[in-house]
Design a protein around this ligand. Structure first.
Ligand code: PHE
Ligand code: ZN
Length: 885
């Protein structure tokens, strides 16, 4: 079955051209006959002209990759002369005001490798309808502002597919001749088509229940492949925690009788919030200590929370159109981050969120695919599930939280949910509800939705000892982005503290204000240039700026190294302690790069060693924070910080030398920490245990990097003896990174031990693909030939090709361009299988202009070669043409 390909140039869809639907659908009755070669879908819709539209005219239905068998209106076949059918739609002319529409289609889920619509994942039928998958199941007005009540009947072979699921409540079941059976589901909540779901397979079920605040009993079922029942405990516990959290944090109760979650192997994303029937990538749900790391446990909790929170932010209140995607995603990511911060540690969570924003979103915002949080045009909406819509979108919500304060923010979200329950709305309605509840004016703030680009804020400090005042002069600049030349100044919350010489926080008050108690002041920058003067300042303070990263900006202040060490040791804002440490490390890395490029010896200055040494010797007591502080910024983040041209070799060598030198200078401290934080007793995923393992394994990694014999022996030993995956990988990773003797054998035995656990095999692939030693081009090719690799499984593609492009810039950007040519072949190959995955890979080339002229030429050549492909998907076409600019 061929995809719809760009025989003509694909045309963009524009927000400015939005019009309400001509017809609405009140009910949808679906009848599926699932078969081994094809599946038939009969849909009966109650359609009525939209009263909001004067002249409804023709009925337009989306549809692709299907065979149309029958169309009937009010029980009579609709004459072919009165409809138009093409590759992407079916249009009916002259339909009545309201009527029953019946459509029968035939589809081939077995051949669907794009993983949109109905497809098969290792023997299980499942669906993915967001954003535009439903139109691959039946002809339908497949847009989020058409909300209907669904009833679904599934008929299938009883032995192969004993479990038949859809949204809502099970209202009937029975057996049929020929070994077939049927189940019927009814979803009482009106929903857009993108939240429809169906699953049919032979699955095991793990059940529990949750009682809501008002006493509703919700049955909880998690479905997995037989044999995986022992890997759902953590997800189930996380789900109940998320349900309880949403009640207290947002006053949101679950509205369902049954909440079902299904794990599937082949999935383009992490998970999907289908109403009452979430579908999860196995990697985002299955965990037990032997096979999953602490990071996996935390990720699973976050994603389970994320999908659950969508039940209100996304499902009860949904989107008018796809330009509003961040309305649900930004808000839900923010809710997920708050949840995770409450469950573990708020500052550590913040550090991880910011790290993700900086490594994924900042580069996007600074490149050819930059777009606003609310984009105003797209060629393929699947390309807009981006760090900007998700992560920057969450930052936009967080800034409103910072501006309003917790109480008014909550009043605002209460009003938003109450006012728009059951509606399909825009980001405007969200901002309006917050304004109405808080009586704040967010008009200038709305620019965060429409202006792309990461603002740069330059700050200078000025102390006047005579007057006892301290002034911060700020200047904001928003860089040019594609299609956006001129930018207006933004409304930016900047949390500031001032430290006295002993490291104590002052209680800063602006000139003219009365005494204050708080040591953090939320400044509101609104002008292109603006100054803030604080009074009653007895001595020149050290400012702590942008506390807890109160806005997604790049802030510059001329700190001396000593100031950074001082902040690292003293700031009450734990995020900014980490930030000061990162800036010190960044400076050391950039000095090392300069040295490397001029052929000089790379030296490590005392300030960084002393500051990190003090941390390791227990200044803070917060193990997780110490581990975060000592974690090096990764190579791709350093590339983003580097002035043109990015030099992947200098980055790699400088980063490595700094690691080795730190390891040697602080060897005793690392050894002490490694020994002091050994495991005792059974595995637990509580914050204290996670922090302990983190610091232990970080210490081990440094010991190995420093070439310390005792450390290397400890790693080998830990690799063999570990009883959980965190410790096993905590040993294997540094062994691979430093290629210590015995690593090859360790990799082999690792595979032998875990070859039946798909999630673990993915880790095994990714460790090698992202290693400069084990991820050379020849070895990457060998990994693709490995029997466990499969181009049709997105997790495998991410583990090898994704990890290579993103996690191994040193090899990916090999100066001779051989990796580029190989990678372009892979993009083209993937494009014939799964356009979404191909487009994601193609982004590996999108920042080619950041590199030297020769690499630019080589990458451009590959981009042009991909673009010339006549059958290219819309997904890949958009990324490639935008990259070429
Ligand atoms: N809406 C999903 C989420 O963020 C992500 C997703 C998008 C999944 C598109 C599949 C397809 O929770
Ligand atoms: Zn989401």
């Amino acid at each position: 079955m061929a995809d719809v390909r760009n025989t003509q140039q694909p045309q963009p869809v524009r927000l400015a051209e939005y019009t309400p639907p001509a017809y609405v659908v009140d009910t949808v009755d679906l009848h599926f006959e699932l078969g081994e070669e094809w599946t038939s879908v009969h849909a009966r819709l109650a359609v009525r002209a939209n009263p909001d539209r004067a002249e409804p005219g023709a009925l337009f239905l989306n549809g692709r990759e299907m065979e149309l068998l029958e169309v009937a209106v009010d029980g009579r076949p609709w004459p072919e002369t009165d409809y138009e059918l093409n590759e992407e739609s079916l249009t009916l002319h002259g339909v009545p005001e309201h009527f029953t529409l019946e459509i029968t289609t035939s589809i081939r889920p077995q051949e669907n490798t794009a993983l949109e619509g109905l497809y098969k994942s290792s023997g299980t039928f499942c669906t993915q309808c967001e954003p535009e998958g439903f139109r691959r199941i039946t002809y339908f007005p497949d847009r989020s502002d058409v909300m209907a009540r669904y009833t679904t009947t599934i008929v299938a072979d009883a032995e192969r597919y004993p479990v038949l699921l859809s949204n809502g409540n099970r209202i009937g079941a029975g057996t049929l001749p020929g070994g077939r059976h049927w189940v019927q589901w009814e979803d009482p909540h009106p929903k857009p088509s993108y939240l429809f779901a169906l699953v049919a397979g032979d699955l095991a079920r793990v059940s529990d229940a949750f009682t809501t605040l008002s006493g509703r009993e919700v049955a909880l079922h998690i479905y997995v492949e037989h044999g995986n029942e022992d890997k759902v405990d953590h997800a189930m516990r996380s789900l109940k925690a998320a349900m309880a959290w949403d009640e207290t944090a947002y006053g949101r109760e679950c509205d369902l009788d049954v909440y079902q979650v299904v794990a599937v192997e082949d999935f383009n994303m992490g998970a999907m919030e289908n109403k009452g029937l979430n579908i999860f990538n196995t990697s985002a749900i299955l965990a037990k200590p032997e096979t999953a790391t602490d990071a996996d446990f935390q990720r699973i909790e976050a994603i389970i929370g994320h999908e659950y929170f969508h039940n209100w932010s996304g499902n009860r209140v949904t989107l008018r159109d796809w330009f509003q995607l961040s309305l649900k995603e930004g808000f839900t990511v923010f809710r997920e981050q708050q949840f995770a911060g409450d469950r573990y540690s708020a500052p550590v969570q913040r550090i991880e969120d910011v790290r993700r924003l900086r490594t994924a979103q900042f580069p996007e915002d600074d490149g050819p695919t930059a777009h606003p949080v609310r984009p105003d045009s797209y060629i393929e909406i699947s390309n807009f599930y981006t760090p900007t819509v998700y992560e920057k979108g969450a930052e936009v919500i967080r800034m409103m939280y910072n501006l309003l304060g917790a109480e008014d923010f909550r009043r605002g979200t209460d009003l938003y949910f109450q006012r728009h329950d059951g509606q399909a709305v825009t980001t405007e309605e969200f901002a309006r509800a917050l304004e109405d509840a808080s009586e704040r004016d967010l008009s200038q703030f709305r620019l965060w939705y429409t202006q792309a680009g990461t603002p740069r804020i330059h700050v200078d400090g000025d102390y006047d000892p005579e007057a006892g005042t301290y002034t911060l002069h700020m200047r904001q600049e928003i860089p040019e982005t594609p299609g956006q030349r001129q930018k207006e100044p933004m409304h930016i919350p900047i949390a500031v503290g001032l430290l006295d010489g002993d490291g104590n926080g002052l209680a800063p008050r602006l000139t003219g204000e009365g005494e204050r108690a708080e040591t953090t002041r939320m400044l509101e920058l609104r002008e292109a240039e603006q100054s803030f003067t604080f009074s009653g300042i007895p001595e020149e303070p050290v400012p702590s700026l942008l506390r807890s990263f109160s806005a997604p900006v790049r802030l510059e202040f001329g700190y001396r190294d000593e100031d950074l060490a001082f902040l690292l040791a003293n700031d009450e804002d734990l995020f900014n302690r980490w930030e000061a440490g990162q800036e010190l490390a960044r400076r050391a890395l950039f000095r090392a790069m300069t040295a490397y490029r001029s052929g000089a010896e790379i030296e490590l200055e005392g300030t960084l060693v002393d500051a990190f040494g003090a941390l390791l010797r227990g200044g803070t007591g917060d193990k997780a924070l110490v581990a975060e502080a000592l974690t090096q910024p990764d190579e791709s983040y350093l590339a983003d910080l580097m002035d043109w041209p990015v030099d992947p070799e200098a980055i790699h060598h400088a980063r490595r030398s700094i690691r080795v030198r730190l390891a040697q200078a602080l060897r005793d401290d690392f050894l002490y920490n490694y020994r002091a934080h050994q495991a005792d007793g059974e595995y637990s995923a509580d914050p204290e245990a996670i922090a302990r393992r983190r610091l232990k394994n970080l210490s081990l990694a440094y010991l190995v990097a420093g070439g310390d014999e005792a450390g290397i022996e400890a790693a080998r030993e830990q690799f063999r003896q570990a009883t959980n995956m965190t410790d096993r990988l905590g040993a294997l990773r540094p062994m691979v990174a430093e290629d210590v003797a015995g690593t090859g054998g360790a990799l082999e035995s690792f595979y032998e031990q875990w070859k039946d656990e798909a999630e673990v095999v993915d880790k095994w692939f990714a460790i090698q693909a992202s290693s400069p030693v084990y991820g050379t081009l020849d070895r990457i090719k060998a990994l693709l030939d490995h029997p466990a690799f499969n181009h049709k499984n997105p997790n495998k593609v991410r583990a090898v090709l994704g990890a290579f492009a993103r996690g191994n810039p040193y090899r990916f950007h090999a100066a001779d361009g051989t990796a580029y040519a190989f990678f372009a072949d892979q993009v083209l190959h993937m494009d014939g299988i799964n356009p979404q995955m191909a487009a994601a890979l193609a982004r590996g080339f999108s920042r080619f202009r950041r590199y030297d002229e020769e690499r630019q030429r080589l990458m451009r050549e590959q981009l042009e070669r991909i673009r010339r492909e006549p059958q290219l998907s819309r997904d890949t076409f958009e990324i490639v043409t935008k990259s070429l600019g």
